[in-house]
Write a protein that binds this ligand. Structure first.
Ligand SMILES: C[S@@+](CC[C@H](N)C(=O)[O-])C[C@H]1O[C@@H](n2cnc3c(N)ncnc32)[C@H](O)[C@@H]1O
Length: 280
């Protein structure tokens, strides 16, 4: 199985018609225009939805002049939120063509195509402009990417001097038991899930400085447990709109994530760092 095939069969990335079905449930048909706010419950595939993205925008001081690269942008939720709320320009880079296509469609329909540019490609090899961006952001994507040192070296080159990096991702707190490791690989497609210190070391090796690491496990573990509980509670309603297969795919993913936190091995982290400023 190629890497691309493996990732697209991960439960989170199957049943993609759920986006169109969720919009239909709001009375929005194919091709019809959408207010960005109507997407927020649908297009944020990380912890704490738009609250997490708002916190990043504030920490990075984003405004209309800012140019941002979003690595592993999914269907474009964080990119659209940043563009819509701060006026910044976001390049949304996504590996999977089908997610990219949905992202392009949603961006057009919500009138944000002037501020969000979608790019389909692998962050490890696709051409990236040099010293172009004020900030690189990424939510729950780098865990999927095999060569983190290479990725960070590329992102460092894409940032202007003084540019910032803001990442939220999974981490390893203690070594995973063999069965948990299999679930992490097969169900979560967690290829690069390491201790926070290794993550920070990769940023440092790429030239980033003033690296601040925040352990989010105490917040994300109960969030994941509650997400699973609510998911199961709402089974009938969700299956009614999206079908039982779509319900079960997400249930599997949410249950594995909750178990991995429960085991004490999985953690969550935020890393904020920047490139040195140019010499005067
Ligand atoms: C959990 S999703 C999060 C999406 C988005 N960041 C969000 O928070 O809504 C992670 C995304 O990273 C993408 N991804 C994985 N490997 C990638 C790569 N090498 N280059 C670009 N995107 C990648 C996946 O296809 C997936 O859409």
């Amino acid at each position: 199985m190629s890497d691309q095939t493996a990732i697209s069969s991960m439960p989170l990335y199957t049943h993609l018609d759920r986006v169109a079905r969720a919009l239909a449930a709001l009375g929005i048909g194919p091709g019809e225009s959408i207010r960005p706010e109507q997407l927020f419950a649908i297009d944020q595939w990380h912890y704490h939805g738009t609250d997490a993205i708002r916190a990043a925008a504030e920490a990075l001081g984003l405004g209309p002049a800012s140019r941002v690269l979003d690595v592993g942008s999914g269907i474009g939720g964080p990119a659209r939120y940043l563009a819509h709320t701060t006026g910044c320009h976001v390049t949304a880079l996504e590996l999977q063509p089908e997610l990219h296509r949905i992202g392009v469609d949603l961006t057009l329909r919500s009138g944000l195509e002037g501020r969000v540019t979608h790019l389909c490609g692998d962050a490890l090899i696709c051409p990236l402009p040099l010293a172009e961006f004020d900030a690189v952001v990424s939510w729950l994507a780098i865990l999927h990417i095999a060569d983190r040192p290479r990725l960070f070296a590329r992102l460092a080159r894409a940032l202007r001097p003084g540019g910032k990096c803001y990442v939220e991702d999974l981490s390893e707190r203690t070594p995973f038991a063999p069965r948990d490791l299999a679930d992490l690989r097969d169900i979560v497609h967690g290829i690069t899930v390491t201790p926070a210190a290794d993550y920070a070391a990769d940023l440092r090796a790429a030239g980033f400085v003033e690296i601040a690491t925040t352990d989010l496990t105490g917040d994300w573990a109960p969030y994941a447990a509650e997400r699973l509980r609510i998911w199961r509670q709402n089974r009938a309603a969700y299956s009614g709109v999206h079908g039982e297969g779509a319900y079960l795919a997400h249930e599997k993913f949410y249950a594995v994530i909750a178990q991995l936190y429960d085991s004490g091995s999985l953690g969550g982290i935020r890393l904020v760092a920047h490139m040195p400023k140019a010499r005067p």
